[in-house]
Design a binder for this molecule. Structure first.
Ligand code: UGA
Length: 429
């Protein structure tokens, strides 16, 4: 099938390469000319496991190409995906600027298009957006939805870092459809994917995305609350989580307690759902608590550190700045809040991350960054591990000897071999 994808970010590009590897002819559209050129040379502009190799392959065998020309891409496509960002605007509202612009651009293409095609919203949008925002903009082309073109909403469930694998091996595929004809065509795209496929309405598909992320975030805040209790009891939350997770109705995943969830999705999506529910006259108090618990959890390590020592004029190593390992993304990372708190308390911060230092410098330019974790630990009064990068598991007794006081507070569960008396967990002994 001929497929065009508007937006070549963390969703559009893995989806594009994945669909090309399934034999579709894919055109990726972006306004950024440099990015388009890079993709056409087979180079991957974002960091995602396995993507550079697959992209090189599908570009060289001409299954995938990139362009800045939306009109051309729409004219020649059976299906057009909208995969642009919907970042948080303020206190929870999402900005629809990019999706509106992309819809207008696609409308210009539809105006000149001969024959039928389906426009699929893949961006994360609150319920009613596809019907009330996207379709009216598409119809400015003079063409009518259902009659001249179809519309679907096909949410993505890709995790940053493993987006390609998540795309190729999904747990499920959800297709929200305006009508049967639209859904039938989009279902064909996924005909050789080995995953349950669910067909539903547009609003249902939009909400499935938000409800999924909100429930996962709820699991994390829940286990962090239980974890804080475990800390008081001197027991290990991971053992409790293992015990809970054996119940197949609960399931073990997303019950890893730590310094709170971050990233560009959970904090944004939970807030957006709270805000959206308000507009519908519904209060989502549980979700408000999920966010509240998470905000408190992010700086718990600093509270625990204060119980160990007076912080003024101490030197503290902060290890791990990205919101999770294997990414340079620091959006909503607990490390941001932790460093702010430490600075307020007159602490000298030495920070290290294998990938995210440059990004963190934009938010906290006034702290010391080191080239490796050994330099961060040297002469520090304590260390906080905020992100569980695998390389931190190599920390050993020799590294501890170089610290002023050999104390590591873990915000994430580590697997290194250092004496137990030198480490304390955020929600475990
Ligand atoms: C999340 C979802 O997992 C994806 O399914 C979804 O498609 C994506 O958002 C999105 O909406 O685009 P992502 O934000 O990339 O993916 O990262 P996750 O691996 O889910 O982790 C999110 C945060 O939760 C991280 O800060 C992580 O450290 C934290 N987390 C995760 C925990 O604290 N405990 C856990 O058990 C799992």
């Amino acid at each position: 099938m001929n497929i065009s994808i508007i937006g070549t970010g963390y969703v559009g590009l893995p989806a594009g390469a994945g669909l090309a590897s399934h034999g579709h002819n894919v055109t990726c559209v972006d306004i950024d000319e440099e990015k388009v050129e890079e993709i056409n040379r087979g180079r991957c502009p974002i960091y995602e496991d396995g993507l550079p190799e697959l992209l090189e392959e599908v570009v060289s065998n001409r299954q995938l190409k990139a362009t800045t020309d939306t009109i051309d891409a729409v004219k020649n496509a059976d299906v057009i995906f909208l995969a642009v960002g919907t970042p948080m605007e303020n206190e929870g509202d999402i900005t629809l600027d990019y999706i509106r612009q992309a819809s207008k651009d696609v409308a210009n293409g539809l105006e000149q298009k001969e024959g039928y095609g389906v426009v699929v919203v893949k961006s994360t949008v609150v319920p009613t957006t596809t019907e009330e925002e996207v379709i009216p903009l598409l119809e400015e082309s003079g063409k009518k939805a259902r009659k001249d073109f179809g519309v679907c909403m096909n949410p993505e469930f890709l995790r940053e870092g493993t987006a390609l694998d998540d795309f190729l091996n999904p747990d499920r595929i959800v297709i929200g459809e305006l009508d049967n004809k639209s859904g039938d065509l989009v279902e064909k795209i996924y005909s050789d994917f080995d995953a349950p496929l669910m067909r539903t309405g547009l609003k249902e598909a939009e909400l499935i995305k938000y409800a999924s992320n909100s429930l996962l975030a709820t699991k994390i805040s829940f286990i962090n609350e239980i974890g804080n209790l475990c800390k008081e009891l001197g027991i290990d939350v991971y053992e409790v989580a293992d015990g809970i997770g054996l119940d197949s109705r609960i399931e073990r995943s997303f019950l890893d307690s730590g310094a709170g969830f971050g990233g560009s999705c959970f904090p944004k999506d939970v807030r957006a759902l709270i805000k959206f529910s308000e507009t519908q006259g519904e209060k989502t108090e549980l979700l408000e608590k999920v966010i509240e618990t998470n905000v408190k959890q992010k700086t718990k390590l600093v509270e625990q550190l204060e119980k160990e020592m007076k912080l003024k004029e101490k030197t503290i190593a902060v290890l791990g700045l990205s919101f999770k390992p294997k990414t340079d993304d620091i959006r909503q990372s607990p490390a941001i809040n932790i460093i702010s708190e430490l600075k307020e308390k007159n602490v000298e911060v030495k920070a290290y991350d294998p990938k995210a230092v440059e990004n963190m410098k934009e938010i906290h330019p006034d702290i010391n960054y080191t080239d490796n974790y050994q330099h961060a630990l040297k002469n520090s009064d304590a260390a906080l591990i905020v992100t569980d990068w695998p390389e931190f598991n190599q920390i050993n007794r020799e590294d501890l000897k170089k610290m002023k006081r050999p104390l590591i507070l873990e915000g994430r569960r580590m697997k290194y071999e250092v004496p137990k008396e030198n480490t304390k967990g955020i929600t475990w002994p």
